[in-house]
Design a protein around this ligand. Structure first.
Ligand code: FAD
Length: 428
């Protein structure tokens, strides 16, 4: 048996894969650390693109990073599996059995993985806050499987509308970046699809965005919220603020004031909570949304050998928003300080967040950005070109960080070439 220190990272999203790649490139390749990345999927995707996969305006074959081959090239191992339990005394995690979805045949039995240090990076999901009917009657957009499922249903619904000449009604709950960007992206998909003259008449798509608060994009300054609202309304997307959903049925949403918003397509993109498994992790402290409570240096409050980063973590003294930027910076922090903690028992210092602002892009229609000091940019005659380019640049930066410069640039070039070969919107 190897006497190398065993680091297990659970979750290969924005934080987990960046961390595994950085540590693998340094300590893993040098044989100083035994790193295993565990994920319940086989490939990594940049989550802020999920709404594009759902609308079909991006094709995720080009945007996936296959864990197993990436791990082999970057000094770590990949283990497919979904964490289901934790035994802190024996330093062991349990991976749930892998079961065939249709006939429930067991493909892989329950397995165990031993660790010397454990990092949780399992992200988050939308939060239905216990609203009746959401689970049964809404589509979620929290992972690539859900995004692909969304796209398939969207294409079928469009086909039906084209064939029958009837409108397609879509209602989205959540006026944050996900809901707002999704509404615009669906409009873009319909507009692009109509260029192919499938039928002489493009069907009407009626999108309603429901937000419980007084304005959409509440984490952005008011001028960005107002600009985004105007842009959505220009696209004939109905934006309803102060619209609190109290229930959902097979026909649509029921609002708190008793009125209804009926729609064939009901999307829940509001709120954030950690995956349910955090509640059964051998007594680790959880925040209200199930996030693992960590000290300012990202170590869990109950166990110094366990850390949590990204959306699934929560620093009580100073909570950070669940964004890609925070997830990446937390991963970089641990990549910098874990080697000394592991090899020389030096404490990990507190994490400091450097807020570089935020960007929101409404398809190719418009975009805005806000700096940390509240100054904004975007909109205007160039329809937010700088913000839209900034949004794309963030994804490319992530790709280059993971692939390395040469392969990262090749991936960008391949995507660009792909645009000459395939339609801009998924049709198959
Ligand atoms: C549609 C959409 C648009 C967004 N747009 C933006 C944006 O424009 N800007 C921005 O900053 N943020 C945006 N976000 C939020 C951003 O994507 C998240 O904050 C970020 O992905 C968090 O990174 P993470 O590493 O914590 O988790 P994730 O990137 O979600 O990764 C979690 C990983 O854990 C794995 N996992 C989960 N549960 C288990 C388990 N039980 N066992 C094993 N593996 C597991 C998952 O498969 C996944 O690979 C958006 C989110 C969505 C859904």
């Amino acid at each position: 048996m190897s006497d190398q220190f065993r680091l297990v990272i659970v979750g290969g999203g924005i934080a987990g894969l960046a961390l595994a790649t950085r540590l693998g490139n340094s300590l893993g390749r040098a044989g100083k650390l035994d790193i295993t990345l565990v994920d319940k999927g086989f490939a990594h995707v940049w989550k802020p693109m999920l709404h594009c996969f759902a609308a079909g305006t991006a094709r995720n074959e080009n945007d996936r990073i296959t864990f197993i081959s990436h791990a082999a090239g970057h000094g770590f191992r990949f283990c497919y599996g979904e964490i289901a339990g934790l035994d802190r005394t024996n330093r062991r995690i349990t991976l749930a059995p892998l079961v065939e979805q249709d006939d429930e045949d067991v493909i892989l039995e329950e397995r165990y993985l031993d660790y010397d240090a454990l990092i949780f990076a399992i992200g988050s999901r939308a939060n239905d806050f216990g609203t009746p009917g959401v689970e049964q009657h809404c589509i979620f957009l929290d992972n690539v499987v859900e995004a692909n499922n969304f796209n398939e249903r969207f294409r079928h619904a469009l086909l039906q509308s084209y064939g029958r000449g009837t409108p397609l009604d879509i209602a989205i709950v959540g006026g944050g970046a996900t809901g707002v960007q999704l509404a615009a992206e669906l409009h873009k998909a319909l507009e692009m699809g109509s260029l192919y003259n499938f039928t002489p008449q493009t069907p009407e798509m009626r999108v309603t965005l429901l937000e419980a608060g007084p304005r959409i994009l509440p984490s952005f300054p008011e001028d960005v919220s107002e600009g985004a609202r105007k842009q959505l309304e220009a696209l004939k997307i109905s934006v309803r603020t102060g619209a609190m959903v109290s229930g959902v049925d097979e026909k649509g949403f029921i609002l708190k004031d008793g009125s209804r918003v009926d729609a064939q397509f009901r999307v829940w993109a509001a709120g954030v909570k950690a995956p349910d498994v955090t509640r059964v992790l051998d007594g680790l402290d959880c925040a209200r949304g199930g996030q693992l409570v960590v000290k300012p240096n990202l170590q869990t409050t109950q166990d110094d050998r366990i850390f949590a980063v990204g959306d699934c973590s929560f620093i009580t003294e100073n909570p950070f928003p669940p964004t890609a930027q925070v997830a990446r910076q937390e991963a970089h922090h641990l990549a910098k300080y874990l080697p000394d903690w592991i090899l020389h028992q030096k404490p990990v210092p507190p994490f400091k967040f450097h807020n570089k602002g935020a960007i929101v892009a409404l398809g190719s229609y418009n975009g805005w950005g806000a700096f940390a000091d509240g100054k904004t940019f975007g909109g205007g005659a160039l329809r937010g070109l700088s913000a839209r380019l900034g949004h794309t640049a963030l994804y490319r930066q992530h790709q280059i960080e993971l692939y390395g410069v040469t392969r990262g640039l090749i991936a960008c070039f391949t995507d660009w070439l792909d645009g000459f070969v395939r339609p801009p919107v998924r049709m198959d």
